[in-house]
Write a protein that binds this ligand. Structure first.
Ligand code: ATP
Length: 284
């Protein structure tokens, strides 16, 4: 039997870092994220033999136990005592190390997919325990749509989605390591986004207010290390995008645009400036 799961990317409408934790190497964060229509596609086939096989063509991600899809499948099998195996084929479309949560969404799709493949009918809360061990955005990816994630990302609460709009994504030809950016964090020096105002804007479904209050406390650090992120932001703003921000720890910059014609104009303008540019819709 074979089944398919779609694994959509996310963008950060906000990313705040509250404090360094005493108990582990993580920081407590507060991130408002929403889902976009740029997705990996995962195909699952059950195997009689007890093994996990990953097939994915990527220069950047290995097909062994370092792949988050493998990790999610292993944890899933252990937690629920499954002795069957699985072959997971990943058709990768989300750029890697881009701030779009590509690894986390694959892990979440594995958890959802295996629950369906083996007809286990498990609750989302049980699946979330596994997702939380696969990356700070994986719990959010499991729930999808729009939500605020707290703790190191594992405490997720749903929020209303922004009104329908277009998202222009521009990624310079660099990968950013989340770990490296967090190593540079000094919480007292960060500029914190106003999450309360953003949450009010989401409840009001007011796109201009959403664009006004999006914010990312880590943007300045990534820009110091990779100044091209600032140039991309400035170019997108000059082309007329109202809400422009770096997603996650970068380097992808996005612009939220209400009307398709304007979004296409910005997309075309960015294509002359940056190698990897996408025009997608919010799935929210
Ligand atoms: P985030 O925004 O959650 O920090 P990201 O989009 O910046 O994530 P990812 O694309 O999730 O970054 O990749 C982060 C790391 O995870 C990379 O080092 C990559 O090799 C590893 N990784 C493991 N499995 C996967 C996978 N299935 N897809 C993408 N990256 C993976």
């Amino acid at each position: 039997m074979t089944i398919i799961e779609k694994a959509p990317a996310k963008i950060n409408l906000s990313l705040d870092v509250l404090r360094k934790r005493e108990t582990d190497e993580y920081h407590d964060v507060e991130m408002i994220m929403t889902t976009i229509d740029l997705a990996d596609r995962l195909e699952f086939t059950s195997l009689e033999e007890d093994r996990i096989r990953i097939s994915m063509e990527s220069r950047y991600v290995p097909n062994d136990e370092r792949n988050l899809a493998y990790r999610a499948a292993k944890l899933f099998k252990e937690k629920f005592g499954i002795t069957k195996g699985v072959h997971i084929k990943i058709d990768k479309h989300i750029p890697v190390s881009a701030g779009l949560g590509g690894g986390s969404t694959d892990a979440a799709a594995v958890v959802r997919g295996l629950n369906r493949l083996w007809s286990l009918d498990l609750e989302l809360a049980d699946l979330a325990l596994i997702a939380a061990k696969c990356g700070s955005d994986a719990t959010f990816s499991l729930y999808g749509e729009t939500a605020i994630a707290r703790g190191f990302g594992e405490i997720v609460e749903k929020l209303p989605s922004p009104p329908p709009c277009w998202v222009v994504l521009a990624k310079p030809d660099i990968g950013v390591s989340t770990r490296t950016i967090f190593q540079h964090v000094k919480v007292e020096e960060l500029t914190h986004p106003n999450n309360e105002a953003l949450i009010r804007a989401l409840h009001a479904r007011d796109l201009s207010a959403i664009c006004k209050h999006i914010g990312n406390a880590l943007e300045a650090i990534t820009i110091t290390l990779h100044p091209e992120v600032k140039r991309i932001k400035d170019t997108m703003k000059n082309l007329g995008a109202p809400g422009v921000l770096m997603s996650g720890t970068g380097p992808t910059v996005y612009g939220l645009v209400e009307h398709q014609e304007k979004a296409k104009k910005i997309y075309n303008g960015m294509r002359g400036f940056c190698d990897e540019v996408y025009l997608v819709r919010l799935l929210g």
